[in-house]
Design a protein around this ligand. Structure first.
Ligand SMILES: NC(=O)c1ccc[n+]([C@@H]2O[C@H](COP(=O)([O-])OP(=O)(O)OC[C@H]3O[C@@H](n4cnc5c(N)ncnc54)[C@H](O)[C@@H]3O)[C@@H](O)[C@H]2O)c1
Length: 348
């Protein structure tokens, strides 16, 4: 079988996409695109990719690609994803799916019209500790999950201060849409993506805007956000996300699940990017804590390998555009509730 031809647009986190696709024997990264000439040269040389484009549309027109990764600032996710569908490609789009729900809907419609796949890079699902919790939930170890608390909090880290992350017109928002989006998807995935019915949220930006002002930088997004989400099945989810806050940890990622038969937690270790997961159950009146380990057997595929496998085997992939859209609806409702100070219903 011919290898699937992959093109990557945007060479920040896009470099991880190149590495991920290059790790699958059935894929070949044949072309890259970035507005930034220096990044094009650096990635092209490092990953030995000859076809380099300043103009992503030119790459789509010339390269007969099968798969495109969209790894640009959020504002360009929708137009580039739609252009990739029009060029007959499957798409892996970075998170958040888009700037808002309307854009997300247009992307899904584009996928359906083209008959192509859309995966959102909810990368934290692919950690062994995330897959292990999902397996326990699916096996019924937690019973019904009625509450979850999910967070990604930083003490001080304003990404690219003054750059696109902190400008609403390019990013759509601050840590809620940047970091919260990951922890939100993870909790929803474990909970079985129940249908949300309303959202109550607040956002703040005292610390971030002070730091930005001191540095003469633009900053018009939140630096902290909190939301309470109620679901049709009666469950509740609490989300917290910050780039700056007065906490002990530089980086704190944690999601707790509260179920009728058991509970679980996944959290980062040492304020870094290694994780642990634990399960809490009760048996014959005694309480047990169990550490979840990487399941034995072959390595769990990363998201890029999973996407290729799904295409080659004609099987469904996870982290779908449909799930990305539910997340977008929640993000929109969070910002709307924070602005109005009122709960926001989610329409069925
Ligand atoms: N899944 C994750 O864990 C993860 C991690 C980091 C970033 N992200 C997401 O990835 C996306 C990119 O973030 P980043 O940190 O790599 O940003 P970045 O600013 O480092 O890189 C973005 C690149 O896109 C290029 N670009 C912008 N517009 C373009 C266009 N129209 N055509 C071609 N290239 C264009 C820029 O020149 C830049 O090199 C964002 O949506 C972000 O939320 C996801």
């Amino acid at each position: 079988m011919n290898k699937l031809r992959v093109g990557v647009i945007g060479l920040g986190i896009g470099r991880s996409h190149i590495r991920g696709f290059q790790s699958h024997p059935s894929a070949e990264v044949v072309a890259i695109a970035d507005l930034d000439e220096a990044r094009l040269k650096a990635s092209g040389d490092e990953f030995k990719i000859a076809n380099r484009y300043r103009d992503a549309q030119e790459m789509l027109t010339k390269e007969a690609l099968d798969i495109v990764s969209v790894c640009t600032p959020n504002k360009f996710h929708k137009p580039l994803t739609l252009a990739a569908f029009q060029a007959g490609c499957h798409v892996v789009c970075e998170k958040p799916m888009a700037m808002n729900t309307a854009e997300g809907r247009a992307m899904l419609a584009g996928a359906r019209k083209a008959g192509k796949r859309l995966m959102i890079n909810f990368s934290y699902r692919f950690l062994p500790q995330s897959r292990a919790i999902k397996a326990q939930v699916d096996a019924g170890a937690l019973g019904d999950i009625y509450f979850a608390r999910t967070m990604w909090l930083r003490r001080r880290y304003l990404p690219g201060l003054g750059g696109w992350f902190s400008r609403k017109e390019l990013s759509g928002g601050g840590p809620i849409i940047d970091l919260g989006v990951h922890r939100l998807d993870l909790a929803l995935w474990w909970m079985g993506y129940p249908r949300p019915v309303w959202v109550l949220a607040s956002t703040y930006n005292a610390i971030g805007s002070r730091i930005a002002k001191e540095n003469g930088a633009k900053f018009d997004v939140e630096d902290f956000g909190v939301a309470l989400i109620k679901f049709e099945n009666g469950a509740t989810l609490e989300l917290e996300a910050s780039w700056t806050s007065h906490i002990a940890e530089q980086e704190l990622m944690e999601t707790r699940l509260f179920g009728t038969r058991g509970g679980a937690v996944q959290r980062n270790l040492g304020e870094g990017y290694r994780f642990e997961a634990e399960l809490f159950v009760e048996k014959n009146g005694a309480h047990y804590d169990m550490k979840l380990h990487h399941p034995p057997g072959p390595e769990i595929p990363n998201q890029y390998q999973h996407f290729i496998d799904s295409i080659v085997r004609d099987q469904p992939h996870i982290a779908t555009g449909e799930e990305g859209l539910v997340v977008m609806e929640l993000l929109d409702a969070i910002y709307e509730s924070a602005a109005s100070g009122k709960p926001v219903p989610i329409k069925p």
